[in-house]
Design a protein around this ligand. Sequence first.
Ligand code: FCB
Length: 279
Amino acid sequence: MQNTDPLKPGYNFDAHLVAGLTPIIEGDELDFRIERPNGMKGYIINFTSKGEGSIFSGENEFKVRAGDILLFPPSAAHLYQRSADSASWFHRWVYFRPRAFWNDWLTWPTEVNGVYVTQGLPLSVTQPLEELFIDIEYTAKSDLPYRNDLSINLLEQLLIRCKTVQPDVVTKPIDPRVIEAMNYMTQNLNQDFTLEDVAAHACLSPSRLGHLFRDEMKMTITQWRDDQRISRAKQLLVTTHYSVNHIGRIVGYSDPLYFSRVFKRKAGVSPKLYREQIT
Ligand code: FCB
């Protein structure tokens, strides 16, 4: 007879989503090595809630502890068990067949023997992730209408969140002094401010601000300011009947010829043509 318990060997994972918690305690009936050397039909995402697990053996062996997350693509071998150094290993997991557009979320930069690994995240990140695991399991096992769609939706959220905490995706917050400089410029877009004015506002020397700005924003202050001016000008060209020269002045270019030149360089067409094409 077929096994109906996904925690025991022989269960047929023939579904789009199965979620569970495997509470392994030393000497208990679940205290065995999970062995699927040829992988599974679907993916598994695995979260350690407590204790320690041991993944693979020999030179590929590594340990997982609370908050660590593993992602097993279908071809990855499942060879894991409670670590001999720990009296328990509780792990939550979701088995799933991904949708095609999830592909980008399903690769992480660190990989061991075909398994993606995320370790060392702070509790403030792992706690909400664990809650998602719980929510997915609860929803999938509920009798809520649309429970499949709901649990898949939660799984999408989990996968996206796991992707966004990967070191190659995490975006570093912008330096507050650069933000200060940008705020000053957007508030004074129509003024003829100088680099010295902006720098004084950000409490930095002009050259220090210039370097910092370029490091953080990958463009110069003048390029950034012109981008803002031109995007504001585009907006005014299509939403008002102001003359081109007037719009130039509103966004900070007192010289109409210079305004036209910068506009054309950034937008590819003159302000007049831009207005005609859009309106
Ligand atoms: C359970 C295991 C769990 C996971 C699921 C798919 O039996 O305990 O780690 O592999 O199967």
